[in-house]
Design a protein around this ligand. Structure first.
Ligand SMILES: [Ca+2]
Length: 280
C-alpha cells in the first residue's frame, strides 16, 4: 500500500508540466554558470597582477606605463620622510628636527634628504632593481639579455657580459620604469671600466610618463666624450616628476678610427645608471 508521503510526492510530480521542468533545469544551469564565471574572474584578476613583471621583461611597448602603474598597485614604492619641519624657524641645528639643519633662521633638509611639501624625504636610488628596456642588444646576446645589468647595483664589473650593452646604431637608448611616480634630482652614468670608455658621449637624459622621447622633460646632457671608468652625474636643476627615465645618445659617433663606428653608429654601454630622487 502506497504511503501518504508517496501519494503526495506523486501528485506534486504529476502537477509539474514538462515546460516547468525545463524552466527549473535552465535556472539551475544558469546559477551554476554564474558561480563558475565569478570564480574564474577572481582567479584571472589575481593572475593579472602576477603577470606584470613578465610584461616588463619584454620589448619596449606602449604598455610600459601601464605595467609600471600595475607594479605600483601591487608593490607600493614610497620614500621615508619627516613630517612638517622644512621651513620651520630655528635658532640653531639643535632646534631643528632630525635630518634637518638650521640655515638662515629656517630648518632645511640635510644633504641626503629632499624637501617637498614641507617634508624632508630620504633620497633613494629610484632605479635600483627596476625594469629596464633597451633600444637593442649587443650582437651575440638574446633579445633583452643583459638589460638588467644597468640597475643591478654593481658598478665595477670587468666581464662585459655583466654590463648593459646595446647593439650598434645611430641613437641607442635605455629606459627605466621606476615602478612609481618619482621626483628625480639627478642621474648618474657609470661608464664601463674594462675598455672602450670613449664610446660614451652626448648622452641626454629625460624624465616623464611616456615611451615617446619627445614627451619627456630633459634632465640634462653629458657631452663628453667620456673615458674608461669615469662616472658622470647629471643634475636636473629642478625636481622632475615621472615614472620613466630615459638616457639616449643623441649625436652620431665622433669616433673615426674604429670600423664598428662606421656611419656614425654608436653603442650605449654602461655599468650602471643611478637615479637619485624620492617617490611620492
Ligand atoms: Ca650594473
Amino acid at each position: 500500500m502506497e504511503s501518504f508521503h508517496g501519494v503526495l510526492e506523486n501528485r506534486l510530480y504529476s502537477q509539474i508540466s514538462w515546460r516547468q521542468w525545463v524552466f527549473i533545469v535552465t535556472i539551475g544551469l544558469l546559477l551554476v554558470l554564474g558561480v563558475a564565471i565569478l570564480i574564474s574572474s577572481v582567479t584571472f584578476l589575481h593572475a593579472s597582477n602576477n603577470d606584470v613583471p613578465d610584461k616588463c621583461a619584454g620589448p619596449w611597448k606602449q604598455s610600459l606605463q601601464e605595467s609600471s602603474q600595475g607594479e605600483l598597485e601591487t608593490n607600493p614604492t614610497t620614500s621615508a620622510y619627516v613630517e612638517t619641519l622644512f621651513g620651520d624657524s630655528c635658532s640653531g641645528d639643535d632646534s631643528c628636527p632630525e635630518n634637518s639643519v638650521c640655515e638662515s633662521g629656517q630648518c632645511s633638509c640635510n644633504l641626503t634628504y629632499i624637501a617637498h611639501s614641507g617634508k624632508c624625504y630620504k633620497v633613494l636610488n629610484l632605479a635600483l632593481g627596476k625594469a629596464v628596456f633597451g633600444s637593442s642588444t649587443m650582437p651575440g646576446r638574446k633579445a633583452t639579455e643583459g638589460w638588467e645589468n644597468a640597475v643591478d647595483g654593481r658598478t665595477k664589473v670587468r666581464d662585459f657580459n655583466l654590463i648593459f650593452h646595446t647593439g650598434f646604431e645611430l641613437y641607442p637608448w635605455l629606459s627605466i620604469a621606476l615602478g612609481g611616480v618619482g621626483l628625480v634630482k639627478n642621474i648618474t652614468l657609470y661608464n664601463r671600466i674594462d675598455n672602450y670608455g670613449r664610446w660614451l658621449h652626448d648622452v641626454e637624459t629625460r624624465v616623464g610618463n611616456s615611451s615617446d622621447w619627445s614627451k619627456l622633460s630633459t634632465c640634462g646632457t653629458f657631452v663628453g666624450p667620456s673615458k674608461t671608468g669615469q662616472i658622470h652625474t647629471i643634475e636636473c636643476g629642478t625636481l622632475l616628476a615621472g615614472t620613466i627615465v630615459t638616457a639616449k645618445i643623441v649625436k652620431p659617433n665622433y669616433i673615426k678610427d674604429d670600423p664598428a663606428a662606421r656611419g656614425g653608429r654608436n653603442s650605449l654601454v654602461l655599468e650602471e645608471v643611478v637615479v637619485e630622487g624620492i617617490f611620492l
